[in-house]
Design a protein around this ligand. Sequence first.
Ligand code: TXA
Ligand code: MG
Length: 318
Amino acid sequence: MRRMSRVVKVDPQAPESREIERAAKILRDGGLVAFRTETVYGLGAHALDPQAVRRIFAAKERPDWDPLIVHVRDLAMAHPLMKRLSPQFELLASRCWPGPLTLVVEKADHVPDAVTARRPTVALRMPWHPVAAALLEAAGLPIAAPSANRFGRPSPTCAEHVVEDLADRVDLILDAGPTPLGVESTVLDLTQSPPAILRPGGVSREELEKVLGEVQLASAVTDEVARNGLMAPGMTAKHYAPRATVELFENAMQLQARADELRGRGQRIGFLAVTDNIDRLAQTLFGQFRSQDGQGVDVILCVLPPPTGLGFAVRDRL
Ligand code: TXA
Ligand code: MG
């Protein structure tokens, strides 16, 4: 029999304790729960139970070399997962947690290889969102949670996206409405010196530099895309894979010229809503990818936001 996951609605600000308790029990028993965080929906499992963690990889069809983020309720939950404390960790945790910042640190021996993909490091994040916080509190254990999408799909920013990608592969989906931020957390590697941004996200490089001084961009975050713009107009996005081709432009005039050209060739075109409001663009970005794909457009055109603050993270996703 095909098993359908249960979707229950919870209040995003004050999630009902009955539903949270039920979800926490599923996690303690080794099951999978999708839940809202401030960034995107996460697919959670008991982080210290290798079998539960392997179910995440299976559900997402995620390659086993790609490590997971471990979510913690508080510092008391984080500390035992780490080999040692560092002043940088403590400083960032006190200034930026809870929030959309993930810190990569040396792991304690008992953190399973399944979570860290056999690396000596673990990625830790303390979310502020009430649903995530309540679930961590009730479960009383660290929760490994990647974004709750199938591998290669845009991250889910509402429960419907999770159903689309994982319907029968997750035991419970806590539907608390659309996520406020819309892009994932910033991943910062504290084992490098200076600390390196592995993935731009909800906490900006500028904010991190205010706390730490110098912060570098990992080489994978290419300077061309993240800072200066494009290698050439019409570069194709690779990371998150909408089925349509995505073409990026520095300004609306370039985009317009390209749109005319494509229409002339009979191509179906979609536009990513161009807005001066970067928060709104971030919130709706992944949802727009999904809905444009649903409409079967050939090419999605978008004007890039400026490369500062959250714009930096949005450019990276584009
Ligand atoms: O906002 C978020 O971070 C969301 C919510 C659910 O918290 N989670 C999320 O997880 O985006 P995921 O698995 O989709 O992305 C985690 C990223 C991956 O790029 C992974 O390679 C990296 O973090 N990562 C995890 N552990 C790492 C480690 N030990 N060293 C380096 N990178 C790591
Ligand atoms: Mg992901």
